[in-house]
Ligand binder design. Structure first.
Ligand SMILES: Nc1ncnc2c1ncn2[C@@H]1O[C@H](COP(=O)(O)OP(=O)(O)OP(=O)(O)O)[C@@H](O)[C@H]1O
Ligand SMILES: [Mg+2]
Length: 271
């Protein structure tokens, strides 16, 4: 809509986990390299926590984009609002199982677990590594689900894990995991993402504008600190403010985004 007006080829501040827009802040780079380490070394499980909107899903998606499809078999579970039967079925389906039972009965559950184990064995035999990401895992409060996930890590061959489980979620996830000692002990790497600093917020905005197709000075120098103040350095909030400001500036035929426009979009930390 406003792209042409600002000399952009695409909207730079869409709230989508699009790896093309990744700004490699020190923490995002470190988080990604830890995730890569866990999967390439075939560790059992990893935990990525972080404040809402700080880039967990984006890092998970970026990881999957970087993994060589010839080596890695992957499943990305986005909405784990499921009981344990549904969750295991969902994982099996995402890993390629098609002939799964439909009704949720214990005997059928055994079939799902068997199918999963077959898939993991086949992958291993074919020299493939299996990686399962569970995003938004803080919504899983049912202990039985965690118990089932832990059992998945028991699929091992000659002391090697047959799958790597990456658990992503908001900060309360850490307490949920810690309360399950057996699960917690199997986590090889834990990493936490926080908001960006003031300097990083500035770089983040310029980076996304550049990926969006413009190196021009669209935002006046004084706006960066103001955006940082209003967003608390949280990328999702930064995107929101910048997108609305670009839209408002376009509507007013503004030559540049200035402080008044940022203030006008009326986005504050409480929103
Ligand atoms: N390092 C980054 N580089 C570029 N964009 C980012 C970065 N971190 C976050 N974003 C952007 O911010 C928005 C929110 O990121 P994301 O959805 O990954 O957050 P999240 O931590 O998964 O949040 P939630 O806890 O709500 O699930 C996305 O649009 C994403 O593209
Ligand atoms: Mg997310």
């Amino acid at each position: 809509m406003y792209e042409q007006y600002w000399g952009l080829t695409e909207k730079p501040f869409e709230n989508m986990p699009n790896p093309d827009f990744l700004y490699n802040s020190q923490q995002h780079e470190e988080g990604l390299s830890r995730l890569l380490y866990i999967v390439s070394e075939g560790k059992g499980a990893g935990l990525l926590t972080g404040v809402f909107g700080c880039g967990k899903t984006l890092l998970g998606r970026t990881l999957f984009k970087e993994l060589d499809r010839d080596i890695y078999k992957t499943a990305f579970i986005s909405n784990p609002y499921l009981n344990y039967e549904e969750l295991l079925m969902h994982i099996a389906y995402n890993l390629g199982a098609r002939d799964l039972p439909r009704r949720k009965q214990e005997v059928l559950m055994n079939v799902v677990v068997e199918r999963l184990s077959e898939i993991l064995e086949n992958n291993m035999r074919d020299g493939k590594k299996t990686v399962v990401v569970i995003d938004e895992a803080h919504v899983i409060t049912d202990r039985q689900v965690w118990e089932e996930l832990r059992l998945l890590l028991n699929f091992q061959l000659e002391n090697q894990f047959m799958l790597t489980l990456l658990i992503l979620g908001q900060p309360e996830l850490k307490a949920i995991i810690d309360s399950n000692k057996q699960f917690s002990q199997r986590i090889a790497v834990k990493f936490h993402l926080g908001p960006l600093t003031k300097q990083q917020t500035h770089e983040y905005i310029l980076h996304r504008l550049k990926v969006g197709g413009s190196n021009k000075r669209i935002f006046a120098p004084a706006t960066f600190d103001l955006i940082y103040k209003k967003s608390g350095g949280i990328p999702r909030r930064i995107n929101h403010i910048c997108d609305l400001a670009l839209f408002a500036g376009f509507g007013k035929n503004a030559p540049m985004i200035n402080e008044a426009l940022i203030n006008e979009v009326g986005f504050d930390l409480e929103d």
